[in-house]
Design a protein around this ligand. Structure first.
Ligand SMILES: Cc1cc2nc3c(=O)[nH]c(=O)nc-3n(C[C@H](O)[C@H](O)[C@H](O)COP(=O)(O)OP(=O)(O)OC[C@H]3O[C@@H](n4cnc5c(N)ncnc54)[C@H](O)[C@@H]3O)c2cc1C
Length: 368
């Protein structure tokens, strides 16, 4: 049986492990953390990600503990509408910990090794911090934005950051599956529904690198006059539940292979979070990898995977950066983007959004 070594046990590494084991490879996922701790709070899993989870056989487990997203709203801070749409296929909002556990449970027993830091990786071989050297037919870098396989350029600070959190339970009716984001000038809030009356929310604002992040009182202050669901979510959140983040991203990748190592997830295509597609793309990587590994020799997998994925991830990294301009760009650009989003007819905007949110057919794309 062919064997693969996967560096990193985030969404990308766990799903790559499932994909390769479904393609009848022996897999080991090496994660440096002693426990699987989710980075962040929750993730929107758009139709492409849900279709990918179905291909990997994990969708029912994820769906069981997530909330459906049936529509999205992009509004202004005073409640005006910029864009809204119904989501035509299943989409979910899942706590990160729930998604990670569902993925972990779908790996073959013993495939995940925790507390295992990889110091060096090259084609067919990795060196672990305890001195062990492991060899494999394939090495996959799923180590996130600080990827061990290296990249041509350092990640770039995108000019904004903020905090995100899971609230406590909120009484009353929910949003009937609406995922909402509200834009001010240089700042925005997002609020999403989770099971049992919980909310996932974030606050992002333009700010210089290394700025101090807002605490809960400052978030509540910033949210005065914004839609009620924002204020309610903040009011139901304990002060120590805030998770600060600063957005970093890379330029569109020129390759998904480096020094004989295949890259997935943020290691391959770290993008700004404006489309909510980073983890969704990691799940798509896994589906492409599953088909590439099922039908090609070990020497050809990288080529087949890159052929299937490179153009699409380059498009998404570009689109994700552009999508941030409506809030974090120069004021004239913010105005221009909002006007464009409002006036472009659905007949033109829908195919573009669908292209991003639909899973391509990777079986034929991985044919060499
Ligand atoms: C504010 C914000 C909101 C977001 N919202 C969404 C969203 O709604 N939907 C969505 O799809 N995406 C979203 N994203 C993007 C998403 O979080 C990432 O794209 C995704 O988590 C990347 O997963 P990953 O597995 O590639 O990397 P990571 O999650 O960074 O995992 C990498 C793992 O590798 C391990 N590792 C690294 N180096 C080594 C080593 N040398 N040895 C062993 N282990 C190692 C790390 O410990 C870590 O566990 C968001 C991002 C941000 C910042």
């Amino acid at each position: 049986m062919r064997n693969a070594i996967i560096v990193g046990g985030g969404v990308a590494g766990l799903s790559a492990g499932i994909a390769l084991s479904k393609a009848r490879w022996d897999v080991v996922v090496l994660e440096r953390a002693p426990r699987l701790e989710p980075i962040g709070a929750a993730l929107s899993l758009w139709p492409n990600a849900c279709a990918a989870l179905k291909s990997l056989g994990v969708f029912p487990a994820v769906e069981a503990g997530a909330s459906p997203i049936s529509s999205m709203l992009l509004g202004t801070r005073d409640g005006g509408r910029i864009l809204d749409r119904l989501i035509p296929e299943p989409a979910l909002l899942s706590a990160r910990s729930h998604l990670q556990h569902a993925l972990q449970d779908s790996l073959p027993p013993g495939a995940l090794r925790l507390g295992c830091e990889v110091l060096r990786a090259r084609s067919g071989c990795v060196e672990i911090a305890d001195g062990e050297t492991m060899t494999g037919d394939l090495v996959v870098d799923a180590g996130g934005i600080g990827a061990i396989s290296g990249a041509c350029e350092e990640p770039r600070y995108a000019g904004y950051g903020g905090v995100l959190a899971l609230s406590g339970p909120i009484e009353g009716s929910g949003f009937e599956g609406q995922a909402a984001e509200f834009w001010g000038w240089g700042e925005r809030f997002g609020v999403f529904e989770l099971p049992k009356g919980q909310r996932y929310w974030f606050y992002m604002r333009s700010q210089p690198a290394h700025s101090r992040m807002p605490n809960i009182d400052e978030c509540a202050w910033a949210a005065r006059g914004w839609p009620e669901q924002v204020c309610k979510a903040i009011a139901a959140t304990p002060a120590d539940a805030l998770i600060p983040f600063a957005v970093h991203a890379r330029k569109p990748p020129r390759s998904l292979l480096q020094n004989g190592i295949l890259k997935v997830g943020d290691a391959a295509h770290a993008m700004e979070p404006n489309l909510g597609q980073g983890a969704c793309q990691a799940l798509e990587d896994a589906v492409a990898l599953m088909h590439a590994a099922s039908r090609n020799s070990a020497a050809e997998i990288g080529q087949a995977y890159e052929k299937a994925r490179l153009d699409r991830v380059r498009m998404l990294v570009r689109e994700a950066a552009q999508a941030g301009l409506g809030v974090h760009g120069p004021r004239a650009i913010q105005l221009l983007v909002r006007t464009a989003l409002k006036v472009v007819p659905r007949a033109l905007s829908e195919p573009r959004i669908n292209k991003m949110q639909m899973l391509p057919e990777y079986r034929s794309r991985t044919e060499l």
